[in-house]
Design a protein around this ligand. Structure first.
Ligand code: SF4
Length: 366
């Protein structure tokens, strides 16, 4: 039987591991991302490759060393480099002497047959009924993980004792990871939300609201973004992440299968500043910044990997968006060289600035 692995992508890995197991496959999850993972990716990837490519490459090397023989990877379409990830990683791993098969799942773009063919090649003897049940549970679990995550961001900003939300959230994730059916997912989600609701809160805190925009991998993978949500939450900031994987799947898999466009409202919000698709989430970063400004958020943090073309385009337009929409922003490029201490200092300075701005605003109103 195949021993299947995949790259880490925040909590999505929990749902994807469950999907592969539900399809009757022998799953070899990549070990949790550590400095060793990054070092392996950096050592073997081209120097100017995107940071996410390097991390995923490190995941694959560690998983192949742990016994995996099949890699499942997402594909993409231009104009950014994501579409080449799978091909480049496969060549690097072959050069390193690994013996494996790689299945790259491309977005359907109206053609569902190639996706189904690849799924069939992966699943082998799995019945249609079993595949549908596994997919149903996977979808419910992905949505439940996103729901729990969004709620943890609200609770963490108000926690009375630092770390209590993160502890309750980790327990909630374990409950959801163990769920095997859609019914169990719903039950685990209720229990996990109840754990968050029990976290003691301080309702007198002056809570800032910050929107998080940027490249999708960097937003979803806490190791890559240096735990930005947790750090801000523990500073008393309610963070709202612009992208969740359930939204991404809806747009890039479900709607794309029917050749339907997704994300109309965010594209409309971005249109006065950028009308064209520039790859990745560049246009969405601008559109989401506009929406956060109009929803009364105090600021926006833009996270991007160094050398990420779509987000560099967004970064160059953000000053204009910030000026016209009246929202402060902080743009932070990250890669393997980024240090935590400097990162936290920049976040603290930005949060201070937003508090001052709010006090000035309050004074001018009273
Ligand atoms: S969006 Fe940026 S980081 Fe992601 S693949 Fe494209 S260029 Fe690389």
């Amino acid at each position: 039987m195949r021993k299947v692995t995949y790259p880490h992508l925040g909590t999505f890995s929990l749902a994807f591991e469950g999907l592969l197991a539900g399809l009757g496959l022998d799953v070899v999850p990549p070990p949790p991302i550590t400095k060793k993972t990054i070092d392996l990716g950096v050592l073997h990837a081209p120097e100017f490759a995107c940071f996410p490519l390097k991390i995923c490459l490190g995941n694959f090397i560690e998983a192949l060393e742990a016994g995996a023989d099949t890699i499942v990877m997402a594909g993409g379409t231009g104009p950014c480099r994501f579409g080449f990830y799978g091909v480049v990683q496969r060549e690097i791993l072959l050069d390193l002497g690994y013996n494996f098969e790689m299945l790259v799942l491309e977005p359907p773009q109206g053609q569902i047959k190639p996706v189904l063919d690849k799924a069939k090649a992966l699943c082998g003897k799995c019945s249609i009924g079993q595949a549908l049940r596994a997919l149903h549970t996977f979808w419910r679990k992905t949505k439940a993980l996103d729901c729990l995550h969004a709620q943890s961001l609200v609770v963490r900003a108000r926690e009375a004792r630092q770390g209590t939300t993160s502890k309750a959230y980790a327990q909630g994730l374990s409950l959801l990871k163990a769920a095997r059916t859609p019914g169990e997912v719903q039950k685990s989600l209720r229990e996990a939300l109840a754990l968050l609701a029990e976290v003691p809160q301080d309702h007198k805190k002056d809570i800032l609201k910050i929107g998080l925009v940027g490249e999708v991998y960097m937003l979803l993978e806490p190791y890559a973004n240096l735990q930005v949500e947790e750090i801000l939450g523990e500073m008393g900031v309610e963070v709202k992440r612009a992208v969740y994987l359930s939204d991404w799947i809806k747009e890039h898999v479900f709607l794309s299968s029917l050749y339907l466009p997704g994300g109309r409202s965010v594209k409309k919000a971005a249109a006065p500043y950028l009308e064209h698709f520039v790859g990745g989430h560049g246009r969405e970063s601008l559109g989401e910044t506009v929406r956060f400004a109009r929803e009364g958020f105090d600021g926006v943090i833009h996270i991007l990997p160094f050398t990420c073309t779509p987000e560099i385009v967004a970064q160059s337009i953000l000053p204009e968006v910030s000026r016209r929409e009246g929202i402060p922003y902080l743009s932070i490029p990250l890669d393997e060289q980024s240090g935590e201490a400097g990162f936290i200092t920049r976040l603290e300075a930005f949060v201070d600035l937003l508090h001052q701005r709010r006090r000035r605003k309050d004074k001018s109103i009273s």
